[in-house]
Design a binder for this molecule. Structure first.
Ligand code: COA
Length: 594
């Protein structure tokens, strides 16, 4: 048994790089070359491997620490005698990276339009520089496009092996004439990467073609080749054959956010871009893990530093999908649950494991007329379908005694007759619901992954029946408005909805929705929650009912309430309390002031 220090090995020109991930903890048994931590500079990141097998007794670094070659990472208890000096000495077999090399990585070709030998437009071939022992590494990202003005050392592509990734910089400045690789290509040292048109001074020294024949190892061992700013050389990277390697650094991509088209294959796990056009921020080992599970990394939210996606994030996403709490975009498209597009129609049912939708020749049974669904119906249909299938709905029905409130409403309308503002029960309901949402904040929340987002604003959507179909205008900041103002704004929004003039801003941002069928009829119904909200109140027509007051049956005006709620967020007792409190407020509206 021996207790040895495990130190950061030779990591090339990296110095004072940040520890961004701890991959092990005290008590863990680790194998030689198992990754211990991830470090990251501005151009690259790498996993630092262990130089021996044993049990970790103490971690000597924490997240955010800066480390360099020789920094003690941890104390390891090894089973065999192990000299401390040998274990702590960085060796090339444990992650010594191939440091940036001064291979010019370029050859020049005079362009036809060259007239002057001293300052001429030249075509420069940029080649893959020394990338250590990397062989046949995949191009995962193109960072420049034809016509781009490229600076020396500007990254052109990102390549990735299963253990490491790196940006390949340009050896020259100029305008990018052609990128000679595409995503998915395999590259090696000396491969032609790009052709630039450069206005550089023609210089014999720089016109030396890159030496693909030179052994990377020879270059690695030559101190003269470790110039960090050497053009054509990538940022320092670990030798993948001898090291657990380097994770990827998230990179800005010139690509735009990809629209998910229904024709997409199920997943492109590793290389999808995030909504803001970036490669998801994750280490190569996490990428590999995601690839194995076909997890679309671009759909994950990283919980690590700077939003880095961790191993646990991939596990937890996979768990959520398996439990049916989340669906990948591809799954949504396949099952027809995505918003709009093909999702609005009737799906085959096959993806849900259901028998197919019946195909009937209706004309066989009588005359028919076929009309296309309105755009609004298609969109709202797709949303309702998704919400109905994906949210575990429960509905609590209750009654509220609104006898006094209705008398007050009638009086208010009389008093405000001249103003033109008409107060309906819905305006009181909006005000009363805000009071309930304040008392039961989870009803004003949204699910975001495994987090609940509680909102401190109260924007109430209300379902409006329009000639084109159902629309849900949103009355913003209802908590700061009186019933008269609410009535006025509601009337304006409802008119806009019927005229098809609602702006997107007037239909978004709701925290809770009310669907009132009070002007039409009915008793109770199960309203469908408007995701990402977690509850919705359905209201039907009030009617006079005999209510026992302890002595006798008295005629009371009763309003039927139906509260649907997301059982992932809210439980039945809370829903019953919400309805009871709403009933109390509606029967004595002074409670809204409490
Ligand atoms: N009980 C009894 N009467 C009610 C009532 C209730 N709960 N709610 C409204 N009324 C009365 C109003 O007082 C009004 O009466 P009046 O004409 O005698 O003054 C009448 O019904 C019509 O009211 P309405 O114009 O519908 O106003 P509103 O403020 O209640 O509702 C809208 C406004 C826009 C929400 C409503 O017009 C609408 O479109 N409702 C349909 C919502 C829907 O489709 N929901 C289903 C979604 S799946």
């Amino acid at each position: 048994m021996a207790l040895i220090e495990i130190k950061v090995p030779d990591i090339g020109d990296f110095s004072d790089v940040s520890v961004i991930e701890l991959l092990v903890k005290p008590g863990d048994s680790v194998k030689k070359e198992q990754s211990l931590i991830t470090v990251e500079s501005d151009k690259a990141s790498m996993e630092i491997p262990c130089s021996a097998s044993g049990v970790i007794r103490e971690l000597k670094v924490k997240l955010g620490d800066k480390v360099h070659e020789g920094s003690v990472l941890l104390m390891l208890e090894t089973s065999s005698e192990h000299s401390s000096s040998s274990s702590s000495e960085p060796t090339s077999s444990i992650g010594a990276p191939s440091t940036p090399k001064s291979i010019p990585g370029a050859s020049q070709v005079m362009s036809p339009e060259t007239k002057d030998g001293s300052l001429a437009k030249i075509r420069v071939e940029v080649k893959i520089p020394d990338i250590g022992d990397f062989k046949d590494v995949s191009v995962i990202e193109l960072l420049a496009k034809t016509g781009d003005r490229i600076e020396v050392d500007q990254s052109l592509i990102t390549i990735e092996s299963d253990k490491a990734s790196m940006e390949i910089p340009s050896s020259h400045a100029g305008v990018l004439v052609e990128l000679k690789v595409k995503i998915g290509d395999k590259v090696n040292i000396g491969d032609l990467l790009a052709v630039l048109e450069s206005s550089e001074r023609v210089n014999q020294e720089t016109s030396v073609p890159s030496p693909p024949g030179v052994s990377p190892q020879a270059l690695l061992e030559s101190p003269a080749l470790s110039t960090p700013s050497a053009p054509g050389a990538p940022a320092a990277f670990a030798d993948p054959s001898s090291s657990p390697g380097l994770p990827n650094k998230a990179l800005a991509s010139p690509g735009s956010s990809p629209e998910v088209a229904p024709s997409l294959p199920l997943h492109q796990p590793a290389h999808n871009l995030t909504a803001n056009g970036k490669i998801p921020h994750a280490s190569p080992s996490v990428r590999k893990f995601a690839r194995e599970l076909a997890v679309p990394l671009d759909e994950l939210k990283g919980s690590g530093p700077k939003g880095r996606i961790t191993h646990e994030d991939v596990q937890s996403f996979t768990r959520s999908v398996m439990l049916g709490n989340a669906a990948t975009k591809a799954q949504q498209i396949k099952t027809g649950l995505s918003q709009g597009g093909s999702g609005s129609g009737v799906g085959s049912g096959a993806a849900l494991g259901l028998i197919p939708w019946p195909v009937v020749d209706f004309a066989k049974f009588g005359p028919i007329e076929r009309k296309p669904m309105s755009r609004i119906k298609k969109i709202s249909g797709a949303n309702l379908h998704r919400n109905w299938v994906m949210i575990p709905h429960v509905t609590n029905h209750d009654d509220a005694d609104i006898t006094e409130l209705e008398a007050f409403r009638v009086l208010t309308n009389k008093e405000n007759e001249k103003s033109g503002v008409k107060v309906t029960m819905l305006a009181f309901l909006i005000k009363a619901c805000v009071a309930c949402l304040k008392k039961f904040p989870e009803f004003n929340s949204s699910l975001d992954g495994e987090d609940l987002v509680y909102k401190s604003y109260y924007n109430i959507g209300f379902a409006a029946d329009t000639p084109n179909g159902l629309m849900v205008p949103v009355l913003k900041n209802a908590d700061s408005k009186g019933v008269l103002q609410i009535s006025q704004e509601m009337a304006e929004l409802a008119k806009k909805a019927r005229d098809g003039k609602l702006s997107p801003a007037e239909m978004t941002g709701a925290t809770f929705t009310i669907s009132s069928l009070g002007g039409i009829g009915g008793r109770y119904f199960n309203p469908i929650i408007n995701a990402p909200e977690v509850s919705i109140l359905g209201v039907c027509k009030s009617s006079t009912q005999p209510v026992w007051n302890g002595k006798e049956f008295a005629p009371r005006l009763i309003l039927p309430l139906s509260l649907s709620w997301d059982h992932r967020v809210i439980d039945g007792a809370s829903a019953a309390r919400f309805n009871a409190y709403l009933g109390q407020i509606l029967s004595d509206f002074r409670r809204v002031l409490l």
